[in-house]
Ligand binder design. Structure first.
Ligand SMILES: C[S@@+](CC[C@H](N)C(=O)[O-])C[C@H]1O[C@@H](n2cnc3c(N)ncnc32)[C@H](O)[C@@H]1O
Length: 202
């Protein structure tokens, strides 16, 4: 079945917009409630888009910490997607002193090993079409994460088993895993949202 056909009816469209505008925000609030974010945390947000997660994390840290958002700014994946428009949002939220943006591919990150306390990815990894490259993104996230750092993924549920088994094979401890109900439906229950909080052990 082509699930996107559901986008052609009111039920699917309503669910999609509700999840996109309100649900995603609520799911991240739930995830952030589950963790402790020290004020000096160094954070990387993969596929930051309009910076929803970057802005949330920036509001939790002091100027001793820092959040970087990286993206390839694909309009196919998020409308009005550009470094310039997200940079304006950093200004409007008054977080320019503790957040920055870079154009970079999450499968080949320009950062040193073990730099980050948290790596986040919100509805971003599924946009990489090949499984091999999705694994590369997880490998890169792992490389730049500190030991005992947290990788936090919110994504469509269709790659849930793939992410979980790969992260376990990489030696992560899964601290939290959840399939969300209606607040995470992208058109309907057949395309739900799934979250993982995984701690790097190596
Ligand atoms: C659906 S949007 C989600 C944006 C944001 N994280 C959110 O939750 O609102 C997916 C984002 O991933 C980005 N993206 C896709 N493939 C990427 C890649 N290989 N490297 C970096 N960013 C990528 C897109 O440009 C887009 O901004």
């Amino acid at each position: 079945m082509d699930y996107f056909l559901w986008f052609d009816n009111d039920f699917g469209r309503l669910n999609f917009f509700h999840t996109s505008i309100r649900g995603k925000n609520l799911m991240w609030n739930d995830l952030i409630d589950k963790i402790n974010i020290p004020e000096d945390s160094i954070i990387l947000d993969l596929g930051t888009g309009h910076g929803l997660v970057l802005i949330k994390f920036a509001s939790k840290i002091s100027n001793e910490g820092h959040v970087t958002g990286i993206d390839l700014w694909k309009n196919r994946d998020q409308s009005n997607n550009s470094l310039k428009s997200t940079q304006k949002l950093l200004q409007q939220n008054n977080i320019e002193n503790r957040a920055d943006l870079k154009t970079s591919d999450m499968t080949d990150l320009p950062f040193e090993d073990k730099k980050y306390d948290f790596v986040t990815a919100s509805m971003a990894i599924h946009n990489i079409k090949s499984k091999q490259n999705r694994y590369k993104a997880l490998d890169e996230a792992t490389r730049v994460l500190k030991t005992e750092g947290l990788l936090i993924i919110l994504d469509t549920g269709n790659h849930k088993k793939e992410y979980l088994s790969y992260l376990i094979a990489l030696g992560y401890r899964i601290k939290y895993a959840k399939t969300y109900g209606i607040i995470g439906w992208w058109t309907g229950p057949w395309m739900s949202s799934y979250a993982i909080i995984a701690e790097k052990k190596l």
